[in-house]
Design a protein around this ligand. Structure first.
Ligand code: GDP
Ligand code: MG
Length: 738
C-alpha cells in the first residue's frame, strides 16, 4: 500500500479521498488505489465519458489555488504565512462542481495537480519534471500551463524550459504512436493579469515563443519538418490578481470553469465550438482501465524505458479483457454450474435418461448475457485484443455449453428410445388383449412420429442462432436411425410371435389331418380280404400321397395367413421370405413329429392289429365272421396277415405312389434365404444334401421306420396275429362243443 494511505491506516474510505488521491508520491511510486478512488467517485463506470486535465507551471504560481476554485477540489495550497514548499508528486481529484457560471460542466472531469514540476527553479534535477510531463501527456486531454503575466515574453524564463520538455517528450511519444494522432490542448492561464497589455498581444507573444522553442528542439528522424500545430492546439485565458481583485478573480475563474465542457471543431473553419474537450484529445482509455493503464505507463517511465503507448494499450486490453472475462464468467457460472452438477448427479445415480428442463433457454440466456456484458465493457479496449479475447471467452463458454448440450441430447436420445419401445410394446400388448386386431405398422409410425417430435423440440430448443456447433441435425438423424433399428427389432419380435401362432395352427391342423389318415389304416376300409385274395385297398397304397397333399394344403394356407399379416405391419419382402421359409421348414418338422407319433410302437401295432382283425374277422360285406370248424381259418388268416404285413414297408418310407420316390421336399421348402439365423434352432438346417454333414439327407428325412424297428414290428405283429388266430381256432372248436 502506498505510504500516504498507510499513514492513515484504516483502509480507503470516502473521507480519505476528500483531497483526491496521490497518484504518484514523492518516492515516485504509483498508487494502485487509484481504481478504488475511481470506483468510489463513479468514474470507473463511465466508459469513455470522462476527461483528464493536468496542470503545469512553476512552483507557487497559484496552480492548486486555481484548480480548487475551478473544480471545487481540495488540493493543498501553500499557506500564505508559511510559504513552505509543498511535497512533490501528482495528485488527482474529480471535479466536484456540476456547473460554472450557470452552465453545466462536462461529466467526470479528473484533474491532476502536478507538484514540484519545475525543478530548475529550485536548482534540482529535471528528472521528475520530465517524468511527470510524460505521464501527463500520455493520459491528459488538456494541459493547463499556469504562467504569471510578467513572465510572458521572457523567452529564457523557467516556464519555457518546462514547455521545451513537454514538446520533447511529446515527440518521443509520437514516434511510437503515429497512427493514433492524438492531439492535446495547451491551455495557457495567465495569472495576475493587469490588463494593460491586451490578451490578444500576450497570445501572439506566447505563440512566437512556443514556435521558437519548437524550432530549437532536435526532432527525431522523419519528423524534422513537423510543426507544433501538428500536435497541439492552444487556448488562452487571463485571470486578475487573486489578492488585489478577489471578487473579479472569482468571477473570471467561474467564467473559465464554464469552458470545461465538450466541444468540437467547426467543419467550416476548423474553429472550436463549445468547450475545451474535443473528442480528438481523448486518450480512449476506458475509465475502468485507467488505473491499470496509468500504472503501466508510470512503470515504463520510472524505469526509463521507451514509453510505447500502443503497446501499453494492448497490454492494458489484455489485462482488462481477462479481468472482465473472469467477472462475466462468474454470472455464467452461477447459471451453468448447478445444471452441470444436476447432470452429473443424474448419471451418478444411474439415471442416464434424465433430461434437464428448459436447458436451452437457460444456456442461451446465460451465454447471451455473458457475452453482452463482456462486449459492453471490453469492446472499449484495443480492438484486436478485444476480438481475440471475445473469441477465447466464447470458446470457453461454448465448450461448457456443448458438453452440457451433448449430454442432454444423449439423455434425450436414451429416454426417447426407451419411451418408444415401451409405447410400441404397450400398444401391441393392449391390442393382443383386445383380441389381436391391432396394426403394428400403424403403432410404430404413430409412436415414432411422437418420439421424434419430442427429440426435435429438445434439439431445437438447444440451438443457438448463428452458432454452428449448436446445430444438432446429425444427432436428430442418429436418433431417427436408432428408432428405425428399434422398430426393426420390435417388428422381428412381432414376426416371431406371428410365426409361433401360425406354427401352432399348422401343428394343430396336421394333428387332425394326419391322425385321420393313419386312422384309416386301422379300419382297413375299402375292402377286406376275400378268401380268394383281394387287392390291397387304395386307401393304404396312397397313404403318403394323401399325407403329402394334406401337408401341402395346410402349409399353403398357413403361408397365406403369415404373409398377409406380415405385410400388414410392413415387414420387408426379405423378412417375409425368411419367415415363410422358416414356416415351411418348421411345418415339415411338425409333420415328421406327427408321423413319428403315429408310428410309435404301441400306436402302429394297434393300427396293424385293427387292420389285420378287420380283414380277418369281417367278411367282404363287413359282417363279423362266426368261425366254424369247416372254415379255412388258416387260409384267411395267412392272407389277412400277409396283407397287413404288406403295410409295413409302405409305412416305413414316405414315398409317393406314382413315382415311388420321396416327395420333392427340398423343392417345397425352397432354398434357404439369406438372413435366416440358424443358430437358435437346429431344425432350421436345410434339407436335401446341400451339406450332408450338417443337415439330414432327404433319404433320412423320409425314412419313417428304420430297418430294425421294422423287423421288430413284424415280429411283434406276427405274435399278436398268431394270438388272434389261436383264439379264432378255439372259438371254432368251442362253437362245436357248445
Ligand atoms: P502552487 O504551488 O502553484 O500550487 O501555488 P499555490 O496554489 O499553493 O499558491 C501559492 C501561493 O500563491 C499561496 O500563498 C497563494 O495564496 C498564492 N496565490 C494563489 N493565487 C494567487 C494569485 O492569483 N495571485 C497571487 N499573486 N498569488 C496567488
Ligand atoms: Mg500546488
Amino acid at each position: 500500500m502506498n505510504g500516504h494511505f498507510a499513514a492513515i491506516g484504516n483502509g480507503p474510505t470516502a473521507k480519505q479521498y476528500d483531497h483526491g488521491i496521490q497518484v504518484i508520491d514523492e518516492d515516485k511510486s504509483f498508487n494502485t488505489n487509484l481504481n478504488d478512488y475511481l470506483t468510489e467517485t463513479h468514474v470507473a463506470e463511465s466508459g469513455f465519458n470522462y476527461h483528464l486535465i493536468s496542470v503545469f507551471g512553476s512552483q507557487s504560481t497559484g496552480k492548486s489555488t486555481l484548480l480548487n476554485h475551478l473544480f471545487g477540489t481540495q488540493f493543498s495550497v501553500m499557506s500564505e504565512t508559511e510559504r513552505r514548499q509543498t511535497t512533490k508528486g501528482i495528485w488527482l481529484s474529480k471535479n466536484k462542481r456540476d456547473s460554472a457560471n450557470g452552465s453545466p460542466m462536462a461529466d467526470n472531469i479528473l484533474v491532476m495537480d502536478v507538484e514540484g514540476t519545475d525543478g530548475r527553479e529550485r536548482g534540482e534535477d529535471q528528472d521528475f519534471e520530465r517524468k511527470s510531463a510524460l505521464f501527463a501527456l500520455a493520459t491528459s486531454e488538456v494541459l493547463i500551463v499556469n504562467i504569471w503575466e510578467h513572465q510572458v515574453g521572457l523567452y529564457q524564463g523557467a516556464n519555457m524550459g518546462l514547455l521545451k520538455t513537454v514538446f520533447e517528450v511529446n515527440l518521443q511519444l509520437f514516434l511510437k504512436d503515429r497512427q493514433s494522432q492524438t492531439r492535446s490542448l495547451l491551455f495557457f492561464v495567465i495569472r495576475d493579469f493587469v490588463g494593460n497589455t491586451p490578451l490578444e498581444n500576450l497570445r501572439t507573444t506566447l505563440i512566437t515563443d512556443l514556435s521558437k522553442i519548437w524550432s530549437s528542439i532536435s526532432k527525431p528522424q522523419g519528423l524534422e519538418d513537423s510543426k507544433i500545430e501538428d500536435y497541439f492546439d492552444f487556448a488562452f485565458s487571463a485571470l486578475p490578481h487573486k489578492i488585489y481583485q478577489p471578487e473579479k478573480f472569482l468571477a473570471e475563474v467561474d467564467k473559465l470553469g464554464a469552458r470545461f465542457t465538450t466541444g468540437h471543431r467547426s467543419t467550416k473553419d476548423q474553429e472550436f465550438v463549445g468547450g475545451v474537450f474535443l473528442p480528438e484529445y481523448h486518450r480512449r482509455i476506458p475509465a475502468d482501465g485507467l488505473s491499470v493503464y496509468a500504472g503501466g505507463v508510470w512503470d515504463q517511465i520510472v524505469n526509463n524505458k521507451d514509453l510505447d503507448l500502443p503497446t501499453q494499450q494492448e497490454l492494458l486490453a489484455q489485462f482488462r479483457c481477462d479481468e472482465i472475462a473472469r467477472e462475466v464468467l462468474v454470472g455464467f457460472d452461477t447459471v451453468i454450474a448447478p445444471l452441470e452438477e444436476q447432470q452429473s448427479e443424474a448419471i451418478r445415480l444411474g439415471k442416464p435418461t434424465a433430461v434437464l428442463a428448459d436447458l436451452g433457454a437457460h444456456g442461451a440466456g446465460a451465454r447471451e448475457k455473458c457475452i453482452k456484458a463482456f462486449e459492453t465493457q471490453a469492446s472499449r479496449y484495443h480492438k484486436g485484443v478485444y476480438t481475440m479475447k471475445r473469441g477465447e471467452l466464447e470458446s470457453k463458454i461454448d465448450t461448457r455449453l456443448k458438453a452440457l448440450y451433448q449430454a442432454q441430447l444423449t439423455a434425450a436420445h436414451k429416454a426417447g428410445v426407451a419411451a418408444f419401445s415401451e409405447a410400441v410394446s404397450g400398444a401391441v400388448k393392449a391390442g393382443q388383449k383386445a383380441g389381436g386386431s391391432y396394426e403394428f405398422a400403424e403403432i410404430v409410425e404413430k409412436q415414432k412420429a411422437k418420439t421424434l417430435q419430442v427429440f426435435k423440440k429438445e434439439a431445437q430448443s438447444l440451438s443457438i442462432p448463428g452458432v454452428a456447433w449448436s446445430n444438432f441435425k446429425p444427432q436428430y438423424r442418429l436418433f431417427e436411425k436408432e428408432l428405425d433399428e428399434v422398430s426393426a427389432r420390435l417388428r422381428k419380435e412381432e414376426m416371431r410371435r406371428l410365426a409361433i401362432r401360425v406354427e401352432r395352427w399348422v401343428r394343430s391342423r396336421l394333428g387332425d389331418a394326419i391322425g385321420l389318415e393313419f386312422n384309416k389304416l386301422g379300419s382297413g376300409r375299402g375292402g377286406s380280404v376275400t378268401p380268394e385274395g383281394a387287392e390291397k385297398p387304395a386307401t393304404e397304397k396312397d397313404l403318403w400321397d394323401r399325407v403329402w397333399d394334406a401337408f401341402m394344403g395346410i402349409v399353403k394356407e398357413a403361408e397365406t395367413r403369415f404373409a398377409d399379416r406380415a405385410k400388414s405391419f410392413e415387414a420387408s419382402p426379405e423378412e417375409v421370405e425368411v419367415g415363410l421359409w422358416r414356416l415351411r421348414r418348421k411345418s415339415w418338422v411338425a409333420l415328421r413329429e406327427k408321423i413319428e407319433e403315429e408310428v410309435m410302437e404301441s400306436n402302429i401295432l394297434m393300427k396293424l392289429r385293427e387292420n389285420f382283425e378287420d380283414k380277418f374277422r369281417y367278411d367282404e360285406d363287413g359282417v363279423p365272421r362266426i368261425w366254424r370248424p369247416t372254415d379255412d381259418i388258416e387260409g384267411i388268416y395267412t392272407k389277412a396277415r400277409e396283407s397287413t404285413l404288406g403295410l409295413v414297408p409302405l409305412l416305413s418310407r414316405f414315398r409317393l405312389s406314382e413315382t415311388y420316390a420321396p416327395p420333392d421336399l427340398p423343392g417345397f421348402i425352397g432354398v434357404q434365404p439369406a438372413g435366416v439365423e440358424p443358430e437358435d434352432e437346429e431344425d432350421l438346417l436345410p434339407i436335401g444334401g446341400i451339406d450332408e454333414e450338417e443337415g439330414k439327407s432327404l433319404e433320412e428325412e423320409t425314412t419313417v421306420l428304420s430297418e430294425s424297428k421294422r423287423q421288430d414290428l413284424v415280429v411283434r405283429f406276427k405274435k399278436m396275429a398268431d394270438g388272434v388266430y389261436v383264439e379264432a381256432k378255439r372259438s371254432a372248436i368251442g362253437g362245436i362243443t357248445q
